[in-house]
Design a protein around this ligand. Structure first.
Ligand SMILES: [Zn+2]
Ligand SMILES: [Zn+2]
Length: 283
């Protein structure tokens, strides 16, 4: 399993990315639903300080403190620097849990910062925040997960496999490859639809989609399905789209909306998934 997600706009949102044991947002109910899996979480990346995204933090931090937890592994909480609601809540949690058995690292992030997840030989993954537009005064961000990859140097593309093998024997594997970084996951956070320059070339895009009907939207703080579709149509390199943070008003018609988005994006080849507001989603 790659993703485990619960997300219902206004109530609770959390996204577990299992390959790296990292959590994006920590809405209420997370510890209850994840059970023993909370012990494995290494990093939490908080998008902003609205209660539906942070209410589960206290439970998560507390549950991880029980005897079953792995006490050697620290828990790092990453969040947009200067977000007062998150800072005040973390202050409160720390003051209520003065004897944590593991290290809790608070890591405020600014644009341009990078958080390394793991490095094993040539395998490197990291998370970088980017600012998004949400409600006035709320410092909010989304996150990209990057992976370092290697590809054959362009000037060698005409060579035969024997010729390439002989370069490797002579000069080593590094001589034939260029390193590049691939966006493997993008998480929008709560925001107006992200522009193509941010979401392009992300293999898996998780985009909030609070409103499935434009007419239901009162303020310009969240995305509507039309905007997300438009942005994805103008982007390239997206393989999977997961719509989340959907309003509970649409629960009885989720199949219909899923088919609608699939049909709209048919020509792009993007696989479409929709997180039902009342169920835990897995992929
Ligand atoms: Zn929200
Ligand atoms: Zn919000």
């Amino acid at each position: 399993m790659e993703f485990q997600i619960f997300s219902k706009a206004l109530y609770s949102t959390w996204i577990l990315y299992r390959p790296e044991r990292i959590l994006f947002d920590s809405g209420e109910g997370i510890s209850t639903i994840l059970g023993n899996s909370v012990y494995a979480i290494k990093d939490v990346f908080v998008t902003h300080g609205h209660v539906d995204h942070i209410a589960g933090l206290w439970g998560l931090i507390n549950t991880r403190n029980t005897a079953m937890g792995d006490r050697d592994k620290p828990l790092r909480i990453n969040y947009p620097a200067g977000n007062r609601a998150i800072e005040a809540f973390l202050d409160f949690i720390v003051s209520m849990n003065p004897r944590l058995r593991y290290d809790m690292i608070l890591n405020p992030l600014d644009d341009g910062n990078e958080v390394f997840l793991r490095t094993a030989g040539s395998f490197k993954r990291s998370v970088r925040p980017f600012r998004v537009k949400h409600t006035a005064g709320e410092i909010s961000c989304g996150y990209h997960i990057y992976e370092e990859r290697r590809k054959l140097k362009e000037e060698l593309s005409g060579l035969t496999s024997n010729e390439i093998a002989s370069i490797v024997r002579e000069k080593g594997r590094d001589a034939i490859t260029d390193i590049y970084t691939q966006k493997i996951v993008t998480i929008s956070g709560d925001t107006f639809a992200l522009p193509p320059e941010i979401i392009s070339n992300s293999e898996t895009l998780l985009h909030e989609c609070t409103f499935l009907q434009e007419k239901d939207r009162r303020n310009q703080n969240h995305s509507s399905v039309e905007e997300v579709i438009d942005s994805v149509k103008h982007s390239e390199g997206i393989k999977r789209l997961i719509l989340y943070h959907i309003s509970g008003r649409y629960t009885s018609r989720m199949k219909k909306w899923h088919s609608f988005v699939q049909k709209e994006l048919e020509d792009t080849g993007v696989e479409v998934y929709v997180v039902h507001p009342e169920h835990v989603f897995t992929l």
